[in-house]
Design a binder for this molecule. Structure first.
Ligand code: CP
Length: 277
């Protein structure tokens, strides 16, 4: 899939005759667009429906909306929703395959897959790979999906962030959690920043974004603690100067742009596995 994207052919037919619907109840640039492009590159008919422009705004329930889309012979429905478990819920009422494009604070599986692809390309494998995931772990579906997957793949995962943004029982998942960000980053092969999810958190979990950056932001100085060839990742969108400094985002260790490209390729692969010929 990556070869098809990079070489510019983008004309596979493995999904011709298939209908793929993106149903997004939350904002998105990367995930929504990459799923739409992936569908089109593979020859599917792709359509998007945003909650604000749909009959959900007139009071239709999520289940009825999903059933309506299903009755139009959709083959795959890709859903992003603020409630954890929404994709699982609608899968009980549809014939279409359901893809989770991010549900509340639960999971963002295709983000994790594109992250793994990027790590595999840059680091060659996962055994013994030290991955530091740093920031707002508590509200992060990206962190959860990465932890589940990276543990399965054999990586050594450490988390870092303020105590107020760290779930109390997170070490039960077999990871180490530090409130001292320097200890989390020390010796890491991969440093992944997480977005501060201002829209999800109640006020008062940290005093200010300026203070957050001072104590928990990833800057060039702090990055010296990581392995000399460490890469920097971020799922995006980045709050510039908050979770990562501008110099780190634009620096030569950053693979954020490659994550975006790999997002299209991974989503092409997911759609091909679910609905391909
Ligand atoms: N990483 C991610 O899910 O980005 P979007 O919110 O732009 O889709």
């Amino acid at each position: 899939m990556k070869r098809e994207v990079l070489e510019g052919s983008k004309k596979d037919n493995c999904l011709s005759g298939k209908s793929i619907i993106t149903l997004f109840f939350e904002n998105s640039t990367r995930t929504r667009l990459s799923f739409e492009l992936a569908s089109k590159y593979l020859g599917a008919t792709a359509a998007n429906i945003a909650a604000s422009g749909s009959s959900v705004a007139k009071g239709e329930t999520l289940i009825d909306t999903a059933k309506t889309i299903d009755q139009m012979a959709a083959d795959v429905i890709i859903i992003r929703h603020s409630s954890s478990g929404a994709p699982h819920l609608i899968s009980n009422y549809t014939n279409a395959s359901i893809v989770n494009a991010g549900d509340g604070m639960n999971e963002h599986p295709t983000q994790a897959l594109l992250d793994f692809m990027t790590m595999q390309e840059k680091k060659g494998g996962f055994q013994g790979l030290r991955v530091a995931i740093v920031g707002d772990v508590k509200h992060s579906r990206v962190a959860r999906s990465n932890v589940y997957g990276l543990k399965k793949l054999g990586a050594d995962v450490v988390l870092g962030g303020p105590a107020t943004l760290m779930p109390a029982d997170i070490e039960q998942l077999g990871v180490k959690a530090y409130t001292d960000i320097d200890r989390a980053i020390e010796g890491a092969d991969v440093v992944m920043g997480l977005r501060i999810q201002l829209e999800r958190q109640k006020k008062g979990l940290f005093p200010s974004v300026r203070e957050y950056h001072k104590y928990f932001g990833i800057n060039e100085e702090r990055l010296k603690l990581a392995a000399p060839d460490a890469i920097v990742m971020h799922p995006g969108p980045v709050n510039r100067g908050v979770e990562l400094s501008a110099a780190v985002i634009d620096g030569d260790r950053s693979v954020i742009g490659e994550q975006v490209t790999n997002g299209v390729c991974v989503r092409m692969a997911v759609l091909n596995l679910l609905a391909g010929k």
